[in-house]
Design a protein around this ligand. Sequence first.
Ligand SMILES: *Cc1c(COP(=O)(O)O)cnc(C)c1O
Length: 369
Amino acid sequence: MSCDFLALAVPGVQKLSPYVTGKPIDELARELGIDPARIVKLASNENPLGPNPRVLEAIAAELPELSRYPDGSGFQLKAKLAERFGLRPEQITLGNGSNDIIDLVARCWLAPGRNAVFSAHAFAAYPICTQAVGAESRVVPAIDYGYDLNGMLEAIDEQTGVVFIANPNNPTGTWIGPQALENFLERVPAHVLVVLDEAYIEFAEDGELPNGLDYLDRYPNLLVSRTLCKAYGLAGLRVGYAASSPRIADVLNRVRQPFNVNSLALTAACVALDDEAYLAEGRRVNRAGMAQLEKGLSELGLKWIPSRGNFLAVDLGRDATEINAGLLREGVIVRPIAGYDMPTFLRVSIGTEAENARFLDALRVVLDQ
Ligand SMILES: *Cc1c(COP(=O)(O)O)cnc(C)c1O
């Protein structure tokens, strides 16, 4: 006799729909019967610079140790992060990407009977991780696609365990400034953990976004999550971290799997954190690419949401499904975001100059069809 293991799953999990990732290059190449090298992928907010050569060299040197378990405490990486950002190692929790951090937070502070507060159009990991542990998602309507922080404060109650804030938010690119963040932190009840997700902070120029780490001393209920998968170019290795009060870190580290960050990722992260030049080049390419896309989109008569990330949400003014299909036929992969309640938008990651040009050309062709 066989059982239906979906029906047997815990209630929150039964209702989950799988996260939709960017279409892999090889998959589209097979479908179109063309060389993968001819495909442009601007769908997952990856770093268009490609891997950092210094990281590649360090990983190669690490390979002979591959039969050993990684350092489960992440001693060196924590020491590096502490030195780099003026933290103490006991404030840091390492994650297998910062998605892992979000998942850990949900498992520690959410459960049936509790709720998480976040905005409409917020990063998909928040509802997924909340629902997976059987907690309620309190989704607060957005204002012009940005966060309604007052509305979010009003949604908080005794049962609220966590508030998720992505700054900037993915997929909208919208952000909050230092004053708004401070007002918010000041008014959030002390029992609510505020997760400030700064996955794209390194793309911002100095002073363009508040630095969450600056607020940790004043707000013991604040957790700042960051990743090395975006600006540092380590998406395939999966490494991120949280900075918080030592108490919060202690709880997370009880639940964290001891070897959640693999040895190559630990080594790569240490090297990547030391390479300011790679980050600066990434910022430069991102700024130039953002301007290139904005110019190209306005020439096509299209609107977009101003963004502080390495991506733009473009409004096609009608259901974007057909246009996305047309772009795929042209060998360009971007991200439909109907799942974020934005059916007329496509999210395009900022690429190299050549990749951005390919996207704009393809979009022109598709819109003319
Ligand atoms: C990409 C992203 C992350 C994390 O990605 P990881 O690859 O798991 O580090 C976290 N938050 C937001 C808002 C993101 O867009």
